[in-house]
Design a protein around this ligand. Structure first.
Ligand SMILES: NC(=O)c1ccc[n+]([C@@H]2O[C@H](COP(=O)([O-])OP(=O)(O)OC[C@H]3O[C@@H](n4cnc5c(N)ncnc54)[C@H](O)[C@@H]3O)[C@@H](O)[C@H]2O)c1
Length: 259
């Protein structure tokens, strides 16, 4: 068992998605009390039901201040307090060159990935600061926060912004005992990666299977990550196993060198 998760109250945004549900399951298995917070309320409740115990599923839209606050309120209502917050909700962009992108896709992606992460951070920090006994906040960025990829500029730019937000927040809240870190997954077996892979393959003139094969060969470990592997790392960062880990971005990419 990871030290410092048992009994902790945690919110996972995007908790009904591929990575978020794996994180929610892992944290619950470590004894944490989990709020699965997602735009898809039915899916969030279903994941919470499957987890069992005192897990709670709530529908929230993190692109509004009220929605982000509602995710924290759900933890306070269910468990009396907030200890840990995983700002994980995110969306992929369409695959287009910079000149072909439309502004609507920019606003859609930045609305969830950047504004949503920002409002989530505000809500979590306000609660943790009011409680006065620290906490741990984790953002899911992406390896795209550290590198360029032709065709996904809006997504990469949004994840660079998440990384920048986390670095600033880490400096602001260090004195309150609130740790802030960023997880940067590489390629994960998931709907999102399939969607991006289909688009990137089309841009390169190959089908999705050929793109995925090429992508796997580019990963030194030779495969995509499982959601559970990402969840294990997220739980470790959020836990008390690594109390000196602060203001860091941790790449979990099977050996891909992002720079
Ligand atoms: N899948 C990958 O390969 C990969 C790689 C690197 C980083 N990431 C990042 O990991 C995170 C999770 O990705 P995933 O693969 O699980 O995607 P996913 O699409 O399976 O899950 C994302 C979840 O976020 C929710 N969501 C979307 N908008 C929301 C909003 N406004 N308010 C609340 N919830 C909202 C969705 O309903 C969905 O359940 C994202 O931030 C993504 O950018 C994914």
């Amino acid at each position: 068992m990871l030290h410092g998760l048992n009994g902790k109250s945690v919110v996972v945004t995007g908790g009904a998605g591929v990575i978020g549900s794996a994180v929610s399951r892992r944290l619950a298995a470590e004894g944490a009390r989990v709020v699965v917070a997602d735009l898809d309320a039915d899916a969030a409740r279903k994941i919470a039901e499957l987890i069992g115990g005192d897990a709670v599923g709530v529908g929230v839209d993190i692109t509004t201040p009220a929605g982000a606050e509602a995710s924290v309120d759900a933890a306070v209502q269910a468990f009396g307090r907030l200890d840990l917050f995983h700002a994980n909700a995110g969306v992929e962009c369409m695959v287009r060159t910079v000149t072909d992108f439309d502004v609507a896709d920019y606003h859609r992606v930045f609305g969830v990935n950047v504004l949503g992460a920002f409002l989530s951070a505000q809500a979590a920090v306000r609660r943790l600061t009011a409680q006065g006994d620290g906490g741990s906040i984790l953002f899911t960025a992406s390896i795209a926060a550290l590198m360029g990829t032709g065709g996904t500029s809006i997504y990469n730019a949004s994840k660079h912004a998440v990384h920048g937000l986390a670095r600033c927040l880490a400096l602001e809240v260090a004195g309150s005992g609130i740790r802030v870190n960023t997880l940067a997954p590489g390629v994960v077996e998931s709907r999102m990666m399939d969607s991006l892979g289909a688009g990137l393959g089309a841009l390169a003139g190959v089908d999705e299977a050929a793109f995925k094969g090429g992508m796997k060969r580019a990963v030194p470990l030779g495969r995509y990550a499982t959601p559970e592997e990402i969840a294990a790392t997220a739980a470790w960062i959020l836990s008390d196993e690594v109390p000196y880990l602060h203001g860091e971005v941790l790449t979990v990419g099977g050996g891909i060198a992002p720079y």
